[in-house]
Every structure is written in C-alpha cells, then in structure tokens.
Design a protein around this ligand. Structure first.
Ligand code: ADP
Ligand code: MG
Length: 475
C-alpha cells in the first residue's frame, strides 16, 4: 500500500515548482493527508481560513500533482482539523526543506529527480543502459556516438541528434547516455525531459509570468537531453526558448542530446535556425535491426527477465517480426505470458500464434525452420548464455553442469563450458572456478588446457566447440 504521507510529501515538492515558496509555506504548512477512498482524497488543514484560501486558489494544482502518484483520485476535499496546529500531531507533513542548487532529491516514487529551484529530470531507467543496447550491424554508429558523448561530454558529438522510427531505441540510447554520465561524473547535473514536458513548462511559464525562471533553470544543466523533439513543431515561443537554451549550453561546452522520429531537415514547422543548430554536431539514424541482431536482442530480454526460451522460438519471433524492437519485445512478452498464465508450452507453434494475433499483416510460415543466423560478435557478456548453450547442446541441466557432480558424462561438457567462458569472456580462472561451485583455479586451468589439447586430436571435440560457438554467435 502506498503511504499517503509519502505521497503528500512528493506532492508538496511538485507544488513547490508551481507556487512561490513563501505562499507554499503559509498555506500548506501543517497539512496532512487524512484518507484516500473511492477516488476522493481528503486533506486536513488547520483552520477554516486556510481551507478557504487553498480552496480558492490551489485545488487544480493539488489534484493534478496528486494524480501523478495516485491516478485514481478524482476529487480533493479539504477538512478542517484544528489539532493539526499542534506540533505533536504526527499526521502533519513538514514542508520540504529549501533545496540548495544541485542537491538531488527523489520525487514521484523515483520517477523524477529535482536539482532545486524547479529544475527536474526524469530518472533514468536502470535497464536503459549503453551496455544493454544491442547495436548490431545497423546501429554501430549511433551507439558509438552515444558512448563517446557519455565518455567525453561536450566533445565532438555535440549536439548529438538521434532519429529513427518508433520503437527503435531512441529513448533507450539517450537514457543510456544519461545513466553512463551519472556513473562517470556523479556530480553532473544531467537533465532528461521530453519535448512535450519542455513545451508545457514554457507555456506555464508564460501564463504565470515566470518565464525567466523557466529559462534560467535549464541553463543550469550540465547535460540536457530532450526526447522526441518532433513535438516542437509550430510552437514558436517554445522553439525560441529552446534555441536560446541550446546556444547557451553549447557555448558553455555542455552536452546536448536530442531525439526525433525524423532528421532535422524534415522537422515540419521548425525554425531554420533551430534546425541547423540541431544538425550542427552529429546526426545519426537508428535503423531496424537485422535478423541476427533481433535474435541477440531477444536473448538479452530473456536474460534480463531471467527466463530461458528455446533458440528455435527466439529465431521464429526474430524471423517474423521485422518492424522494430518494441514489437519484438511485445511478442516475446505475449509468449511468456501465455506460458506463465495459461500454462502453455513455449513452442514455435505458440510463437506463431502470438505473432499472428499481434501482427495480422505478417505472413507466418506454418512449418517454420529457423534460418541460420550469421555469427555476430559481442552480445555474450556473461556466463549465462554460455552455460545455457552448453547445457542445451549436451542435454545436461545447467545445475549439473555447474555442480560438483563427478559423473563422467558431465565432466567433458563442464570442461568445454569452462574453456568457452575463458575464451569468449576472457574470465579469470579464479572467477570461473567460483562460478562452478567453488572449484580451485587450477581445476579450471586444467580443464582449459585439456580441451585445447583434445581439439588437436579429437574431431568430435572440435565439432562440439564449433557448434556451441556458432549458436552463441561467437564463431
Ligand atoms: P523509441 O524511443 O525509439 O520509440 P525505445 O527506446 O522506447 O524506442 O525502445 C523500445 C523498447 O525496445 C525498449 O524496451 C528498449 O529497451 C528496446 N530496445 C530498442 N532498441 C534496442 C536495442 N538495440 N537493444 C536492446 N533493446 C532495445
Ligand atoms: Mg522514445
């Protein structure tokens, strides 16, 4: 259950961005969330006078801020409770402390970060990382440019403009840079906003005559990330503001990242100055991933979700769903849900059924045989896919593979597994030993040497190793 006091604290933080602090303290000091029932949120205030004042001025702001946390709330009711003036009343929520510049606070159940004085950023999703973005052949350049921006912000890729169709990973890539920047430079003020949000703020700024504040705050960012700027079209004042902000930040050597569904030159209604400014650093296009990359992406999504799905099934989804990564992910989720909630077995038939349901236009091949994937380097990043592949190949459970079981039939597959981990990941012998039930590093060393020498004399071993590597895409 959500703690109402936490919610209310966060609402106060949002109100702080809309209401002058002096007024906020005057009217909202000692308020308390009393209950939230049937869409009605009851807020306790200490006096009839406060009630009247808040009622007359702040109700829409309270409601909309509240709905960010409790979308079910339809109405806010004020209730006078004189006991709230009593310092001992534990229901009261203290006013948020005045934030110094750059002091990071978490708001909105971790959805936003505030840097004080109204400058806030959406928090970066942990799964949107540069290292979880599978670049494949088509998207090497965008990925490399993003990585460079994350390593040396304000360098040659500034501004970095990423464009591409929906679901191809623009948000993932931009947030990946954000995540990486914070990791590389913990003190950096990295601000991520959607263009929509930016527009809304500018409009609000104009309406409440607090435009200078809005203007100034974005100039405090060390890195500004604006997602989906196709939304700027025709909104002249916003464009103007954005243009000046871009110029100022750029002049100050701050990194700017933008995304859009089309290249700068095709942004309708965008001012020429802004268009050329957007294209001045680096413009990169995200393309739909090819077959091999689609498989790699699906494998990665499975690893993230901690599930194992047969290679055939993944190939089947990757083969049929060519549009974008979001669709790919959608089918995978549907298949997994059918397994989890309807008790279905994860088969190629099930995958075909879901593909057909979700993408009517896609022609599925009834008797699907996966085309051979061309080898692709670089997506095996931990031992999991290797252990899985070896386990599948030799039909030995992963558990047996990494256990201390000394049966003959598991010995060789285990040694091959260690050998592959060493070769593909260049993992330390000690680390591999630890992953295999705490074996000594000399055992691992011995296993690797053994497989290496066997490969010189035994064609079967050569074949086994090659087949598994092929499946892993590291052949
Ligand atoms: P866009 O912003 O371009 O519409 P998103 O960034 O929201 O697309 O991507 C949609 C989904 O696909 C997200 O879950 C994202 O993690 C995933 N995704 C997109 N591209 C890749 C990729 N190359 N590697 C891994 N996941 C990706
Ligand atoms: Mg997006």
């Amino acid at each position: 259950m959500t703690d109402l006091r936490d919610v209310w604290k966060n609402v106060l933080l949002i109100l702080e961005t809309m209401i002058q602090r002096r007024n906020l303290v005057t009217w909202f000091q000692n308020t308390a969330p009393l209950k939230n029932e049937n869409g009605v949120f009851t807020l306790g205030v200490a006096s009839p006078f406060k009630k009247e004042w808040i009622q007359a001025r702040y109700m829409p702001a309270i409601l909309s801020s509240l709905q960010q946390f409790l979308p079910e709330v339809k109405e806010v009711v004020l209730e006078v409770d004189a006991r709230l003036d009593n310092v001992d009343d534990a229901r009261r929520v203290a006013m948020p402390v005045d934030a110094g510049a750059k002091r990071v606070r978490r708001v909105a159940q971790g959805q936003e970060v505030s840097f004080g004085d109204g400058l806030r950023s959406k928090t970066f999703q942990t799964r949107y990382r540069l290292d979880s973005f599978i670049a494949g052949r088509n998207n090497r350049l965008p990925h490399a440019a993003a990585s460079a921006a994350a390593t040396s912000p304000g360098g040659i890729y500034n501004p970095l403009f990423v464009f591409g169709n929906v679901g191809l990973g623009k948000t993932h890539l931009l947030q990946g840079v954000g995540n990486q920047l914070i990791k590389n430079f913990p003190d950096m003020c990295v601000v991520y906003v959607t263009a929509e949000r930016f527009v809304t703020e500018i409009i609000q700024g104009i309406r409440t005559k607090r435009m200078t504040e809005v203007k100034d705050k974005y100039r405090r960012a060390d890195c500004l990330i604006v997602d989906d700027i196709q939304f700027f079209g025709f909104k002249e004042t916003t464009q103007d503001e954005f243009f000046h902000t871009l110029n100022d930040l750029h002049d100050a050597g701050k990194q700017i990242l933008m995304s859009s569904d089309r290249p700068p030159k095709d942004l309708d209604g965008l001012d020429d100055r802004l268009r050329s400014r957007c294209g001045m650093g680096m413009v990169v296009e995200l393309l739909p991933p090819e077959y091999e990359t689609r498989i790699a992406i699906l494998q990665q999504k499975c690893a993230e979700a901690g599930v194992f799905v047969d290679q055939e099934v993944l190939s089947c989804i990757a083969f049929h769903v060519e549009t974008n990564v979001r669709d790919l992910d959608g089918v995978l989720k549907a298949v997994l849900a059918a397994q989890q909630f309807e008790g279905k077995t994860l088969t190629v038939e099930l995958a075909l059924e879901k593909i057909q349901q979700l993408h009517k236009a896609v022609e599925v091949r009834e008797s699907f045989v996966a085309p051979v994937a061309k080898p692709m380097r670089g997506f095996v990043r931990d031992i999991e896919p290797i252990v899985s592949a070896v386990s599948r190949y030799f039909r030995i459970s992963k558990q047996d593979l990494i256990s201390v079981d000394r049966r003959r039939e598991v010995l060789m597959p285990r040694q091959i597994c260690m050998y592959l981990i060493r070769e593909v990941l260049d993992e330390a012998y000690e680390k591999i030993g630890a992953d295999f039930g705490g074996k000594n590093h000399t055992t691992v060393l011995h296993a690797c040497n053994k497989i290496q020498s066997l490969m010189k004399e035994d064609q079967r071993v050569v074949r086994d190793v090659a087949a598994i590597k092929h499946e892993l895409g590291v052949a």
